[in-house]
Design a protein around this ligand. Structure first.
Ligand code: MN
Length: 738
């Protein structure tokens, strides 16, 4: 690699500066900085063996070619004095002024970030984030840092190989994208090719040789085309410059890799640029060219009417020449051409006599470069709250890789990654606009919120106060910014809801303990609770109380475990046993059903299948023809009109081993794990299931479950029903009738 401007001196910088700065006081500032740096860095050398001053001269020189103001060029000379000469910020303030000192200090901070933990990706991301944040505050810091990095890249051959790779990778990750976004393509292209060379030398040489191989042929084709166009435009009395241009190697490599193209399939290898006087001339020239040569459909791009977010303006078209060769033609004005090369530096190039104010300049840049505002805001506000690699991912994806340009109704251009939706747009406008978004109008038409946006769309977001972001949005948003903001909102809400439920869980458990005569304070301490977490497969207090609140953990069972006392289900058995011991032996029981018909010793009896009475229910006997007495629940609709055939029946003293079939009908809003949760409750209450039947109404999303369970008595059954009612999304539970 040839090193550019190898032998320049302080005078070359001053000469360059004098081409656009004429005020002697301002020239003095630059000269003073040059002499100061020369004095302070005296005796220091770079790895190349050259005096350190050579680096500073080069940095200042590149800044001067970008037509930066005197203080920025001065900062170029001074950018290493704090770090390498132990000069303090205060000393710089005294010797120069606060502005220069601030720039030098910011550049120094960026420079000193890079030495520690270089192999840890998270550390690297943190490093890169700091660089971006430091640069986002003042565009002049970026310019000095970019020129510093450019000269370091030009002299990278003197570094050991490991440093070469690291510095080149960082340059490709951080500095080339920012040069691109600031529209400084001259620096961006040179940085990219240098990085390419150091990171992938083999591919670099491969592509360089491909370019070289047919160079003569291509040059001939281009000059032939240039002379044809020149003749045509001259005939029409147009003022213009025309020249061929070559693509830089890294962009060819990228096209081959990203678009899976072979070298000979790349359409813009033969490229011509026409620079003219006015916008109108641009369109006129385009008209003549299209009249003579066939354009390739879909390749005409009007970046004059729709500038890129880095302010780039030009007309692009691709045409087929006489012998079938394909040419890319760019048409633009002189002003557009200088912005295309030097971007932000060209647009805000130093103007003598104007009252320069860096704050106003920064503001203007943020207004003109929509992304820069996002970048500055994003770097300032959000960076503290997330990990460095998230910040880098967002910056990379949302800011640097944005390629869809849409507009607000007021004409503000907003750049988004491809596939972005109105929700992404809304969050880019403002967090609150995103949170309260209820609808989107794209090009005058109301569209769904997941509609993919396209370049040129005009978008209006409808908001409504009090609405909240929906979890569904996470399925389709494309920007990390929107995703993070939605997630943060939902998480915050979830945390709030969770803490309410934890309170509820505590309350339910406390009530249950008190109801059973235990001292709630004694049992609800950390030690007691932690000892039983594993019984309920939870690991934390929050999860445990949450479980009680949402009914996945039964407070009765918890009470039982906590107090090591028998609880409800076994209570029932005890009661049943005592009923047996005290039973009135004189009354004869039908051992099968437990039902007695007073005064009648033996009578065929059976339980009615329509209402399935269980022990303890109010019952009536129905005298059938030939099947003895059927025992119904007193309220069974099937026996209401049959008074004459009803007789009184009653339960015997009971038998704890006896169980009764009962049908339970559950209505619930359908959800995942509904049946599992219900079955868990039923098994907690030790009611074996004989039959289960589930039906989902897909339109209403309502599930109806019919279960046949075996219970001991009506108290057992009622407890079971009451607890199923508490299962989430259960609407109603009742006993079945047929
Ligand atoms: Mn430096």
């Amino acid at each position: 690699m040839k090193e550019k401007n190898k032998d320049i001196g302080i005078n070359d910088v001053l000469k360059e500066v004098r081409t656009y700065i004429h005020n002697e006081e301002n020239i003095q500032i630059v000269e003073h900085a040059a002499n100061y740096a020369s004095e302070k860095h005296a005796g220091q050398f770079r790895r190349s063996g050259e005096p350190y001053l050579v680096h500073l001269i080069n940095v200042a020189y590149i800044l001067a070619t970008l037509k930066c103001g005197p203080k920025t060029v001065a900062a170029g000379f001074l950018h290493d004095v704090i770090e390498d000469c132990g000069i303090s910020r205060d000393e710089l303030c005294e010797e120069f002024d606060e502005e220069i000192a601030d720039i030098v200090e910011a550049v120094t901070k960026i420079g000193t970030l890079r030495f520690k933990g270089k192999d840890d990706p998270e550390y690297q991301a943190a490093n890169h984030r700091k660089i971006f944040i430091a640069m986002a505050k003042d565009v002049r810091v970026i310019l000095v840092k970019l020129c510093d990095r450019l000269h370091n890249m030009r002299t990278l051959q003197y570094q050991p190989e490991a440093s070469q790779k690291r510095i080149a990778a960082e340059t490709l990750d951080v500095y080339a994208p920012i040069a691109h976004r600031l529209g400084i393509s001259a620096i961006k292209n040179e940085l990219e090719d240098l990085c390419f060379y150091y990171l992938n030398r083999e591919e670099y040489h491969h592509i360089a040789s491909l370019v070289e191989a047919k160079k003569t042929e291509r040059d001939a084709a281009v000059s032939h085309m240039i002379s044809e166009i020149t003749e045509m435009l001259n005939e029409n009395h147009l003022q213009f410059r025309i020249f061929g241009r070559s693509k830089h190697l890294y962009s060819i490599y990228n096209k081959m890799i990203k678009k899976h193209k072979r070298f000979d399939q790349i359409l813009d290898l033969l490229a011509i640029r026409i620079v003219t006087q006015s916008e109108l001339n641009c369109y006129e020239i385009l008209g003549y060219i299209h009249a003579k040569y066939k354009p390739i459909p879909g390749r005409l791009k009007d970046y004059i009417a729709m500038p890129k977010p880095n302010m780039y303006q030009s007309l692009h078209t691709t045409i087929i020449g006489d012998d079938g060769k394909i040419f890319e033609v760019q048409i633009r004005t002189e002003e557009m051409d200088s912005i295309a090369e030097n971007g932000v530096a060209a647009h805000w190039r130093y103007k003598e006599g104007s009252n320069y104010n860096p704050k106003i300049e920064q503001k203007q840049i943020e207004e003109k470069l929509g992304w820069f505002k996002n970048f500055a805001l994003y770097s300032e506000e959000e960076s503290a709250s997330e990990s460095a690699s998230e910040y880098m991912a967002t910056l990379q994806h949302d800011v640097f890789e944005a390629n869809v340009y849409v507009m607000t109704p007021m004409g503000r251009v907003i750049d988004l990654p491809s596939g972005a939706t109105p929700i992404d747009f809304a969050y880019r406008v403002h967090t609150d606009v995103g949170h309260t978004c209820v609808g989107a109008v794209v090009n005058g038409v109301m569209v769904p919120l997941n509609t993919e946006l396209h370049t040129g769309d005009v978008i209006e977001i409808k908001t409504r106060k009090g609405t909240e972001p929906s979890e569904d949005w996470l399925q389709f948003v494309k920007t990390n910014q929107a995703r993070n903001k939605i997630r943060n909102f939902l998480q915050k809400k979830e945390t709030e809801k969770r803490s309410e439920l934890v309170d509820l869980g505590e309350k339910l458990l406390r009530e249950e303990l008190i109801k059973r005569g235990f001292d709630a304070k004694e049992y609800m301490d950390k030690k007691h609770l932690e000892a039983i977490y594993h019984d309920f497969q939870v690991g934390t207090y929050v999860d445990f109380m949450y479980g009680i609140a949402v009914k996945s953990i039964n407070p009765t069972v918890v009470t039982e475990k906590l107090t090591r006392q028998k609880a409800r289900v076994t209570d029932f058995e005890e009661q049943a046993i005592s009923r047996i011991t005290n039973r009135d032996i004189s009354k004869k029981a039908n051992t099968k059903t437990g039902i007695i018909v007073p005064g009648i010793e033996s009578m065929r009896m059976s339980i009615a299948q329509c209402c399935l009475p269980v022990y303890g229910d109010e019952i009536k006997g129905f005298i059938t023809k030939g099947e003895g007495v059927k025992v119904h629940r007193a309220m069974c609709p099937n026996i209401h009109s049959a008074n004459a055939r009803l007789i009184d029946v009653m339960w015997d003293a009971g038998d704890p081993t006896r169980t009764y079939d009962s049908e339970i009908v559950i209505t619930a809003r359908d959800r995942a794990f509904l049946v599992t949760d219900i079955l868990t409750v039923i098994s907690q209450f030790k009611a074996p299931i004989d039959k289960i039947n589930a039906d989902v109404n897909h339109e209403l999303l309502i599930s109806t479950l019919k279960l046949t369970v075996r219970v001991h008595d009506v108290e057992h059954l009622n407890t079971l029903i009451a607890n199923i009612r508490k299962v989430e999304s259960v609407v109603d539970v009742d006993r079945g009738f047929h």
